[in-house]
Design a protein around this ligand. Sequence first.
Ligand code: CTP
Ligand code: CA
Length: 228
Amino acid sequence: VVTGPEDHRLAGRHVIVTSGPTHEPIDPVRYIANRSSGAQGTAIASALRDLGARVSFVTGPADVPPPTGVQVIRVQTARQMRDAVEAALPADAAVMAAAVADWQVVNAQDSKIKKDGSGLPPVLEFAENPDILAWLSRLEESRPGLVVGFAAETDDVIAHATAKRLRKGADWIVANDVSPETGIMGGSENAVTLISDDGAEEWPRMDKTDVARRLAERIADALTGPVL
Ligand code: CTP
Ligand code: CA
């Protein structure tokens, strides 16, 4: 496919995309994490790049390789991801597709934890991680003009995602139903609902790359102000 400047609707725009899981260490060989292949975030970064955006791609340890033609910033933990997002500002838009671990292990060890022969498991102490989406949405000076979050939910998906949008201060939430019977988790397709100030817009089930293209087009539609 040959694309000309007329397709580069995001030329001159800077977009930050977070993707993949974060890994929160327990010791040098163990960690806790959420399940995330990084496929949806990678597809979004590629689609934004294809529309001409400059993309800062902040990624945890994902299964799929990062896109070419974007700036890749590799991180492990949620704190590192937050710092990398902060360092990448200012941005016209941000899409937080990462599956950030909700907790970090406060009593992580620098040495490998060994079984001590007592048969008793080690006790891990958790603390909540920074909420990168909520923090970014509430920045005063350097808040991106458009902040997009994701919400992978089960049960009452729209209600959960709508509440999440308001709680975190995001402009849009891309919600999906990850109940086992949908087969979405780990698959190549996604069925999302875009939740904004205007309500909930259900998109048909489609390939993750098509979700990404459609979202990138919507971001281009939304960014109408002067180029930074
Ligand atoms: N997110 C984030 N930082 C966190 C947790 C989540 O930036 N520490 C972002 C995710 O990238 C996603 C959105 O917030 O865009 C929603 O993530 P989710 O895990 O659904 O939200 P939580 O507030 O952690 O709610 P839950 O208790 O349902 O996990
Ligand atoms: Ca979470």
